[in-house]
Design a protein around this ligand. Structure first.
Ligand code: THU
Length: 131
């Protein structure tokens, strides 16, 4: 797994963020089992609840192109110097596709740390079935 490449892709796509309300540009890069990378950025809406996070955009792009197995997802806030963990909905969304998907949390200082969805969303009953 080329972590640096995933971070670079997440950073690049974050430039396309549609975030006129929060001005918080997020990028995600999703690595499939067969080593393809799908990217996504947050897409906000004037009805705030209609906003979709970068992670869910990347996953939805991959699914709609026929990819359902994932090794890792990297997420970065372009203007954020801290690690940006996925929100609750995104944790649930990611967990749909497996307990062992690695979550690469990057910041804009070229640092990262790696965790897993199982770690971020413990006690998910589906993990019993999916492992
Ligand atoms: N956001 C993401 O895209 N991913 C995350 O992991 C956290 C939050 C977006 C949603 C919203 O457009 C903006 O960041 C501020 O919350």
């Amino acid at each position: 797994m080329n972590v640096k490449l995933l971070i670079q892709k997440a950073k690049n796509v974050a430039l396309n963020s549609y975030s006129p309300y929060s001005h918080f540009r997020v990028g995600a890069a999703l690595l499939t089992k067969d080593n393809k990378i799908f990217t996504g950025t947050n897409v906000e809406n004037r009805s705030y609840g209609g906003t979709i996070c970068a992670e869910r955009v990347a996953i939805s792009k991959a699914i709609s192109c026929g990819h359902k197995e994932f090794k890792a997802i990297c997420v970065i806030g372009l203007d954020y110097d801290k690690f940006l963990p996925p929100c609750g909905i995104c944790r649930q969304f990611i967990s749909e596709f497996g307990a062992n998907i690695k979550i690469i949390l990057a910041n804009n200082k070229d640092e990262y740390k790696i965790t897993s969805i199982k770690n971020l969303l413990p006690l998910d009953s589906l993990f019993e079935l999916k492992e």
